[in-house]
Design a protein. Structure first.
Length: 163
């Protein structure tokens, strides 16, 4: 599964996004390259989980900055109207997010690719395609009975305060 998940773009016929590379999201060798980059600079001393988390959030802010104040059509899929330089900037900022995320996971001893695939499995189970199709409701909506938390806290699926 790990080798044929996100990377198996062309496996089931022509891919919608033909520009995607058929590589895993972040291979072991890429993670090692990142660890080497940090070690060669003696930056391990700065890469405590909290610092990496703050750096990650900062880079997410830089991604947000690229989107802020844009007219609605420019925020649509495919980013119509974005200049080539803006696309490069987005590539770089998203990569910074990924690189800090990878480092954070490493420092926390989380095997991120395995954990992400497991979470994907959990998401599949929580959101059965036949029931969740076309709906943005929370997974608790599809569960048979109330969870312990729901029993304790009462209903959470209301959108309006009760008058
Ligand atoms: N202590 C550090 C500093 C940097 N990096 C790496 C991870 C990111 O990929 C990138 C972040 O570098 P900058 O802090 O220079 O941030 P930007 O690349 O976003 O530059 P700018 O803020 O000018 O956009 O470098 C790192 O791993 N550890």
């Amino acid at each position: 599964r790990a080798g044929g998940g996100a990377g198996a773009v062309g496996a089931g016929g022509p891919a919608a996004h033909t520009c995607l590379t058929p590589a895993p999201l972040f291979s072991l060798s890429s993670r090692q390259l990142q660890a080497e980059f940090v070690a060669e600079r003696g930056w391990g001393q700065f890469h405590q989980p909290r610092n990496l988390l703050l750096a990650l959030v900062g880079e997410v802010g830089e991604v947000a900055e690229l989107f802020q104040w844009r007219a609605e059509p420019e925020a649509r899929a495919g980013l119509p109207g974005w200049a080539p330089g803006e696309r490069v900037a987005l590539e770089e900022e998203l990569s910074d997010v990924l690189l800090y995320l990878v480092s954070l996971a490493q420092q926390c001893q989380v095997d991120l690719p395995r954990a992400a695939l497991r979470k994907l499995d959990r998401n599949r189970a929580r959101y059965p395609a036949d029931r969740a199709h076309g709906s943005a409701r929370k997974y608790t909506h599809y569960q048979a009975g109330p969870t312990d938390a729901q029993r304790r806290d009462g209903p959470t699926d209301t959108c309006c305060p009760q008058d």
